[in-house]
Every structure is written in C-alpha cells, then in structure tokens.
Design a protein around this ligand. Structure first.
Ligand code: SF4
Length: 146
C-alpha cells in the first residue's frame, strides 16, 4: 500500500473510533479499519458498511477504507492484502443512524424483533438460539435481580 500515508492511529479505548486515518497520494483523507479474513472482501464492502459509515460520522471523513489481511497461510508464502477505498454516501449514513435510533426506541419499548438472518453469523450459532427458537434456556443462565 505505497499510496497510503497514515496520519493517526486511534487508541483502542476510543472504540468505535477506527484503527487508522490516513491520506492517499491523491490527497483524499480516509478513515480506515483493519481486518483479517479468510475470504476476500467484496468490491462494494466499503459502500455498504454500516461500521465504516458510523466511523466517518465521528471522523468527518468523506472516504473510508478496509485494509484486509488474508488469514490463510499459503504454500507460496505470499500474504495477500486488499485495500478497498470508497466514498460513504451521506444518505446511507443517515439510514444507518435511523436504524440505530429505531433499535434504541424498540429496546426502550421492550420490543425485540428477531433478526433471523444473523442466527449463524460469524460461523457459529447465536448463543441465544435455544431460547429464541425453541423456548428452552439450554446453557443460558438467568441473571439474578439484586
Ligand atoms: S437466534 Fe439469535 S440471531 Fe437468531 S433471531 Fe434469535 S436472537 Fe436473533
């Protein structure tokens, strides 16, 4: 990534501030999040990223990027990387924050909609699957009221 000049590295305790902001050779300031992945990221992964649109709300940057490091160690010894840069559409960012707002209102009103697209996210079953889908506590423990 020789067209990239890091400007600032955010301390982890400032989450959700992203890992790095930097300047591209063409002058664009970019909010960048570092990832490791066993699969390549899609070309449109920045444009459709709620995470990066949230970060750019904090940084004020128009552009964002994913710097992706391939987790797989390959026989040829070459470590594959991707650097995907795109503009974050302000309308998409607005949509993301509307979704957050809706979620907060639902929580306050004790409305918990099921998102069944996420039951097997991150390569594993959701911890609440047994209770949510079969009304069975399974290995879950009930929190004592103090
Ligand atoms: S199993 Fe988990 S992810 Fe799926 S709908 Fe229930 S709570 Fe949501």
């Amino acid at each position: 990534m020789n067209n990239w000049q890091p400007m600032e590295i955010a301390p982890k305790e400032l989450y959700p501030i992203p890992h790095i902001r930097g300047k591209l050779k063409d002058g664009r300031i970019v909010t960048c999040d570092n990832k490791t992945s066993s699969r390549p990221y899609e070309d449109d992964s920045v444009i459709i990223s709620p995470q990066l649109s949230t970060y750019t709300e904090f940084t004020g940057d128009e552009y964002a990027a994913y710097a992706v490091l391939d987790k797989k160690i390959r026989k040829d010894g070459i470590i594959r990387t991707q650097f995907i840069v795109d503009r974050i559409d302000p309308e998409f960012r607005q949509h993301v924050f509307s979704t957050y707002q809706e979620g907060i209102e639902n929580i306050n009103n004790k409305i918990f909609e099921k998102n069944e697209d996420s039951c097997y996210s991150f390569g594993r079953q959701c911890e609440y699957h047994s209770l949510c889908q079969h009304n069975n506590m399974g290995k879950l423990l009930k929190k004592e009221n103090k």
